[in-house]
Write a protein that binds this ligand. Structure first.
Ligand code: FES
Ligand code: FE2
Length: 304
């Protein structure tokens, strides 16, 4: 087998380096602690009284108690067993050992943890955007299949009622991101299709970027722009999706936000039933998908 053919058979990484969404921001209030397992690494995430986020190795550096049994006091997570007080950076009050701390941040209504150093943070929209979300969605399919669906141009017509008005443009930066841009028009006749047609003047400019397990989507509808981000968390059953939707701050923002969420959700819902249970094949003759697969294979696996 030559080198190119061998590369094409390389499996897509289950846990690539990057930022992992594991919760919507509003589901971690001040004083709360949540446990999550990423790439086999057990982590606790907590929010201090002042609102700062910490992500720590789940087992206390003293004797290994699980820190999810602890409590937040002020700016510290207090272990339940002997009450060591651990700060968000992993330092421990009046003690030399440190807990391992993971980079964690909030972006567009998602809480993200970084695996791998210096990874670009997935950003959709800009600082002027306001965000909303829908409840997480569980799918019995690996996250690769969900990401592939976003880059699968032929299914726009067969599943979503959209037609491309020009060939899609795809490009990738090895180890960083893969992006796809296209312009579509509405061919579907459902309520959300007709509304989208009316709002957009029937020209929908879309830019999607795959940052490992997180997808950002920016949509230009002529007189308004919307953004979305879908964090994909691998689970034992498949994938949990954390979608967020954003619009520019300004007049009628609540109405525009509700409309953007409804339109994105109506679009996404058409995929969910179809890709459930899919066993993704990567030997498909499609240049956009091959670029995505090549990109995913450049991502190094996350190691705890
Ligand atoms: S095990 Fe955590 S303080 Fe002792
Ligand atoms: Fe789709």
């Amino acid at each position: 087998m030559n080198a190119v053919a061998a590369f094409a058979k390389t499996p897509l990484p289950d846990w690539p380096q990057g930022w992992y969404a594991f919760s919507h921001s509003r589901n971690l209030a001040r004083g709360q602690i949540r446990a999550v397992t990423l790439a086999g690494q057990e982590i606790v995430v907590f929010r201090t009284a002042a609102g700062a986020l910490g992500a720590l190795d789940a087992h206390c550096p003293h004797m290994g108690a699980h820190l999810a049994h602890g409590r937040v006091h002020g700016e510290h997570l207090v272990c339940a067993l002997h009450c060591w007080r651990i700060a968000v950076d992993g330092s421990i009050e009046q003690r030399a050992p440190r807990a391992r701390a993971w980079p964690v941040r909030e972006q567009g209504g998602l809480i993200l943890i970084e695996f791998g150093a210096g990874r670009p943070v997935p950003i959709a929209g800009d600082a002027q955007f306001v965000w909303t979300d829908t409840a997480p969605l569980d799918l019995a399919v690996p996250w690769h299949a969900v990401m592939t669906n976003a880059f699968d141009m032929p299914h726009l017509a067969t599943v979503h009622g959209r037609e491309l008005v020009a060939p899609a443009q795809v490009s990738m930066e090895a180890g960083r991101q893969c992006s796809l841009q296209y312009v579509s028009r509405v061919s579907g006749r459902g309520l959300s299709d007709r509304l989208m047609k009316w709002i957009s003047g029937d020209r929908i400019h879309v830019r999607m970027v795959c940052h490992g397990t997180t997808l950002t989507i920016e949509t230009d509808l002529g007189f308004t722009r919307t953004a979305a981000c879908v964090g994909m968390l691998p689970t034992p059953q498949g994938t949990r999706l954390y979608p967020v939707f954003g619009v520019r701050r300004g007049r009628f923002q609540r109405v525009r936000l509700a409309l953007a969420r409804w339109l994105f959700t109506a679009f996404l819902r058409r995929d969910l039933y179809v890709i459930e249970g899919m066993r993704l094949r990567t030997d498909v003759d499609d240049p956009a998908l091959q670029t995505l697969f090549d990109f995913l294979r450049t991502l190094r696996p996350a190691r705890a």
